[in-house]
Write a protein that binds this ligand. Sequence first.
Ligand SMILES: *[C@@H]1O[C@H](CO)[C@@H](O)[C@H](O)[C@H]1NC(C)=O
Ligand SMILES: *[C@@H]1O[C@H](CO)[C@@H](O)[C@H](O)[C@H]1NC(C)=O
Ligand SMILES: *[C@@H]1O[C@H](CO)[C@@H](O)[C@H](O)[C@H]1NC(C)=O
Ligand SMILES: *[C@@H]1O[C@H](CO)[C@@H](O)[C@H](O)[C@H]1NC(C)=O
Ligand SMILES: *[C@@H]1O[C@H](CO)[C@@H](O)[C@H](O)[C@H]1NC(C)=O
Ligand SMILES: *[C@@H]1O[C@H](CO)[C@@H](O)[C@H](O)[C@H]1NC(C)=O
Ligand SMILES: *[C@@H]1O[C@H](CO)[C@@H](O)[C@H](O)[C@H]1NC(C)=O
Ligand SMILES: [Zn+2]
Ligand SMILES: [Zn+2]
Length: 602
Amino acid sequence: MASRRSLGVVLWVVLLPLALPTEVPVGQELVTKGLQDYFHTGVAPEYLADALHQNQFPFLFRDGMENVYDNPTVCYYCNLAVDLVIGERLLGLTAETLAKEAEYLCVHLGIESRRVCTGVIDLNLDVFLYIIDNYPNITSNRICGSVLQGLGCPAGDAFEWSIDLPSGNSPERPKPNDTNPETFNVLQLSDIHYDPNYVPNGNADCGEPICCQGDQGEPNSTETTCGYWTDYRDADVPWHLVEETIRQTKTQEFDYVYYTGDIISHRVWETSVANNTWTIAQLYSYFKDTFDVPVYPIFGNHEPHPLDLWPTESVLDEQFSVQWLFELAAQSWSELVGEDISETVLKGGYYTVSPRPGFRIIAINSNLCYCYNWWLIFDDVDPYGQLQWLADTLKQAEDNNESVHILSHIPTGTGESLSVWGREYSRIIERFSNTITGQFNGHTHKDQFHVYYNSSNPSQPVGTVFNGASLTPYSLSNPSYKLYQVDSTTFSLRDYEEWTFNLTLANSQPSTESPQWYKLYSFVEAYGVDSLDPVEVDKVLYKMAQDHTLLDDYFTFKFRNGDPGVSPGCDDACKKDNLCQIATTVYGDATHCNRFLTLYDQ
Ligand SMILES: *[C@@H]1O[C@H](CO)[C@@H](O)[C@H](O)[C@H]1NC(C)=O
Ligand SMILES: *[C@@H]1O[C@H](CO)[C@@H](O)[C@H](O)[C@H]1NC(C)=O
Ligand SMILES: *[C@@H]1O[C@H](CO)[C@@H](O)[C@H](O)[C@H]1NC(C)=O
Ligand SMILES: *[C@@H]1O[C@H](CO)[C@@H](O)[C@H](O)[C@H]1NC(C)=O
Ligand SMILES: *[C@@H]1O[C@H](CO)[C@@H](O)[C@H](O)[C@H]1NC(C)=O
Ligand SMILES: *[C@@H]1O[C@H](CO)[C@@H](O)[C@H](O)[C@H]1NC(C)=O
Ligand SMILES: *[C@@H]1O[C@H](CO)[C@@H](O)[C@H](O)[C@H]1NC(C)=O
Ligand SMILES: [Zn+2]
Ligand SMILES: [Zn+2]
């Protein structure tokens, strides 16, 4: 250890200029110098903790933080720290020392509690080191630019590839028969995040990524006591709410269930293969036993251990493999969908089936494109060959005159979805716009939708995607599910209903009483359009730009009327933000955002 350090000091005199970023943010000289000293010597200078306490980044890695921080400063520190680690690693930095240094920073920057910092670092450190040891000439831009894409950290031209698409367009599909609209229903459930550790009456003011856990102490007042059904304050779903929800959905009619991912709770610092396996198997077998129709599941980013991480075949170390998860899914999904789909599931967690003539479901594993999937740093080019498979599968569907629904956990277009992946996915949606009649997302826990536009004819809508919102309230939302009405001949979406209950009210009543579920809205009624076809949904954006009260409704629906979610209200900036989100499917492409904002401001 000592020799590594003294050798390090000598070499750093030579290498230092490389690691010294040119523009130190104003007032950050002390932190910069302190970090450099710390990483070079392995000993934190005394002033560093104080300097870091002046620079707090609570919950930096939780959702939505891109709006909270001065992003150039975060990018600066990311590049600084990563460059220092890369440099020191070449000089023999050990996993133990790095773990200690990372924990020190995590705790002193106030990012999470100590045990969360320690747990998350332990889970991820080997992956990080594997990547910097094995990726040729790794740069901090490649790391910070992908993981912190949403904060606008520069990635250079590091992520650039495309997939092959057949030329032309898919032919026009038959139109729905308005005089005899035969339909069937599809139930979409999403983001259950079943939490075996949930304790009713637990502590809802816990300061960790998930509350209401048995080991977070007693609540110190009734205001901070977790409810019976679940809790708005960063809690997930106890088993009795899973049962209650399925009981409720079964009072309605549907032919199929789409489950758009995320089963594991947000106790992200303490996952294990054994516990994830148990929880996942528990939910799938409950689906199998209670639904008497096929269930089409996909993976969420929370299913692997550690969460978010999907190594490809180019990662040669077996310890990182997710094969256990693919095997678990190959078997349970085959049972749920009613046919053997194991071949492609074992390859990458995706599959396709045709539940009835003329109709095809394509289920993909879009968690690969999630920026917190560190393996993208190592290998970002169409992981698992999935997008190429998607394009090829859609071509076959087109040739067979089939209509297709795509299930995909993570929406494209947000800062957390790798931009190049979203762009290529959007090209596929455009090319096969007549074949694809429905797309379904989860992940954000918000009731949202997006419109895809023709890249060479910006005002032409070519697709839509609907988010199933979530059963978990995490955060600030009421639990919910969606029931779609699907045309029986064209398989286009005619409408959906969103069902929910008031969690405040449910928790205020005796636990023996079921929550009072109600229909929050139907899309067609709420927005005054004919169907969920892209041309109709596109009209909603023009209406919203003109009649801003529709964006108040959208905001309310987003949280399914959840009291703490809707109570701040949605001002002009919030409305514009929502309008832009609806119109954005490729992160960094503001074409449609700008188009609608111009109309909004008129
Ligand atoms: C890595 O950098 C070295 C030295 O600059 C260069 O010779 C080599 O070609 C680079 N390797 C790759 C794979 O880019
Ligand atoms: C629509 O349905 C009506 C009633 O079943 C039928 O008479 C008509 O032929 C259908 N039209 C088309 C275009 O299929
Ligand atoms: C209640 O607990 C929270 C955190 O657990 C703490 O911040 C707060 O000061 C406590 N309030 C009282 C009145 O003890
Ligand atoms: C994992 O499962 C074991 C055995 O059921 C249980 O004791 C432990 O609390 C679980 N850990 C977590 C984090 O859920
Ligand atoms: C698809 O539809 C076209 C036009 O209606 C028809 O010519 C073709 O035979 C159909 N293909 C299949 C596989 O059904
Ligand atoms: C997109 O627009 C171009 C240019 O107008 C047109 O050629 C193409 O057919 C359109 N694509 C679709 C899917 O309609
Ligand atoms: C939910 O129920 C609570 C308790 O009855 C009530 O105060 C609140 O206004 C309700 N929220 C909505 C959005 O109706
Ligand atoms: Zn998710
Ligand atoms: Zn989720």
